[in-house]
Design a binder for this molecule. Structure first.
Ligand code: KG4
Ligand code: ZN
Length: 386
C-alpha cells in the first residue's frame, strides 16, 4: 500500500510517502525561525506558513523518492510515483493547534477528492508512539552493520504485548499502556505543563532562546545538579505528572538568587532543573513498571500481565539524559526500551505514515470525509468514528 502522509499539527510542515511499513521519503519544513522571535509558537503564523509550504513539501516528498530508492529495490520504478499512484492519504487530525491541523486536513481532503483516494485520520501521539518502528533504507542498512544488541532493534513483529509507551513532547507527558498496535490506555498524564513546555519556560526565564529543551540540555552537560528544586508529585500514588510547581520554584529560585548569574551558575541551574524533571519521570515510570504485575493501576484493571517493553517517542526524547534514564530503568526491569532514530523524535510525517499504515491494515479508513474535523484535544486512547 502506498501512502502519502501529512502532519501540520504544530510548527513543522511535513509530508512523507511510504510503501507499507517502509518510508520512501520524509520531508520536514521547520518553522522555528518564524516563531523564535516570539519566544514560542504563534498559531496564526503557523497556519500561514503551513499554507505557504504544504504543496512544496508534498512535491519534494514525491521528488525525493527516486533519489532515496534508486537501484535499491529491483523491478520497481520508484521515480514514477505520483499522487495518482497512492492508495491513501494519512493525515494528523489531532491533537495539535486547531488552525494548524486544519491546513493538513484540508489538503488531504482536496487530494482524496481529486484523485479518489482513501482517507486515514491519524492521532499525532500514536505517530510519536510508533516512531521507533520507522523503517527507512538508511536505518535498515545501519542495523545490519552497526547495531549489535538485536533485542533493542524495534520491530513490531517481535513485540510481546503488553508494554508501556512513554510520550514526552512539547504538549504531552504520558505513560500509555500498549495492549496492541491501535489499542492504548493512558495510565499517567500531565496535570498541567508538559515536560517540553517546562524546558521551554525555564529557557525563557534564563533568556536562552526558543525552543529551549536542547539549549538547556547542552548547558546542563557543563553543570552539576547542586541546587535543590522540589521533585514534583513525590507523594502522589498515581502515574500522573505535574511540572508547573517545578517551573514556579525555578522562577522564585532565580528571582531570589543573590549570587552572580554567570555561565557556571546557568549550567548548574540547568543541570539541577533537568535532574529533578527526569527524576520525577523516572519515579513514575518505575512505579508503573512495579505495579504492573499487580494488575491494578489508578483503579483500572490491567489485563495481560507485566510490561514487556518500553516504547519511547516525542521531541523531548532528543534529550540524552532522559534516554539514559529510560534505558537504565528498562535494564533494571529486564525489558527492552525502543527509541526512534534521532530525526524522528521531533514532529514528522513519517510517523503518521506508519500509524496510518497500521490503521489501513485494520481497515480503519474514514467513511465520510465531509465529516472529518480537526480534533485539537484528541487523546490516544479515544477511538474516533468518522
Ligand atoms: O514532539 P515535538 O517536536 O513537538 C510536539 O508535538 O510538542 O516536541 C517539541 C518539544 C519542545 O518543547 C522542545 O523544547 C523539546 O521538545 N525538546 C527537548 C530537546 N529537544 C527538543 N527537550 C529537552 N531536551 C532536548 N534535547
Ligand atoms: Zn509532536
Amino acid at each position: 500500500m502506498l501512502i502519502l502522509a501529512i502532519d501540520t499539527s504544530c510548527d513543522e510542515t511535513s509530508a512523507a510517502v511510504s510503501r507499507d511499513d517502509h518510508i520512501l521519503s520524509s520531508v520536514v519544513y521547520s518553522q522555528i525561525e518564524v516563531h523564535k522571535k516570539w519566544g514560542g509558537v504563534v498559531p496564526s503564523l503557523a497556519r500561514i506558513n503551513h499554507e505557504q509550504n504544504i504543496d512544496n513539501v508534498i512535491n519534494i516528498a514525491f521528488n525525493r523518492i527516486k533519489k532515496n530508492q534508486k537501484s535499491k529495490i529491483k523491478n520497481q520504478k520508484f521515480g514514477k510515483i505520483t499522487l495518482n499512484d497512492i492508495d491513501a492519504v494519512a493525515v494528523t487530525v489531532g491533537p495539535g493547534l486547531a488552525i494548524a491541523l486544519e491546513v493538513g486536513i484540508r489538503k488531504a481532503k482536496e487530494i482524496c477528492e481529486k484523485f479518489n483516494k482513501k482517507f486515514i485520520a491519524v492521532n499525532h501521539m500514536e505517530g510519536h508512539l510508533l516512531s521507533a518502528f520507522i523503517k527507512a533504507e538508511s536505518k535498515i542498512k545501519n542495523q545490519k552493520s552497526k547495531i549489535k544488541n538485536k533485542e533493542d532493534i524495534a520491530n513490531i513483529e517481535n513485540l510481546n504485548f503488553p508494554g508501556v509507551g512513554v510520550l514526552i513532547s512539547g504538549g504531552h507527558t504520558q505513560i500509555v499502556k500498549v495492549n496492541a498496535i491501535g489499542k492504548y490506555e493512558i495510565l499517567g498524564d500531565t496535570l498541567d505543563d508538559a515536560a517540553g513546555e517546562a524546558f521551554d519556560k525555564v529557557a525563557k526565564m534564563l533568556e536562552l532562546g526558543y525552543p529551549g529543551g536542547e539549549i538547556v540540555e547542552q548547558l546542563a552537560k557543563d553543570g552539576e545538579p547542586i541546587y535543590q528544586l522540589p521533585i514534583p508529585m513525590l507523594k502522589s500514588h498515581d502515574y500522573n505528572f505535574s511540572f508547573s510547581g517545578l517551573k514556579t520554584a525555578a522562577m522564585y529560585f532565580l528571582r531570589n538568587y543573590s549570587g552572580v548569574k554567570d555561565k557556571q551558575f546557568i549550567s548548574d541551574f540547568c543541570a539541577s532543573f533537568q535532574f529533578v524533571l527526569i527524576d520525577s519521570i523516572r519515579r513514575k515510570l518505575e512505579k508503573c513498571l512495579t505495579d504492573y504485575p499487580a494488575r491494578i493501576a489508578c483503579g483500572k484493571a490491567l489485563a495481560g500481565g507485566p510490561a514487556n517493553f518500553i516504547l519511547c517517542g516525542g521531541g523531548v526524547m532528543n534529550n540524552l539524559a532522559i534516554r539514559k534514564m529510560i534505558r537504565q530503568t528498562a535494564k533494571k526491569f529486564g525489558i527492552p526500551a525502543y527509541f526512534p532514530e534521532k530525526k524522528y523524535n521531533s514532529d514528522n510525517a513519517a510517523m503518521i505514515a506508519l500509524a496510518g499504515f497500521y490503521k489501513a491494515k485494520r481497515n480503519e479508513f474514514v467513511r465520510d470525509i465531509n465529516k472529518v474535523d480537526r480534533l485539537p484535544n484528541w487523546e490516544i486512547d479515544d477511538p474516533i468514528k468518522n
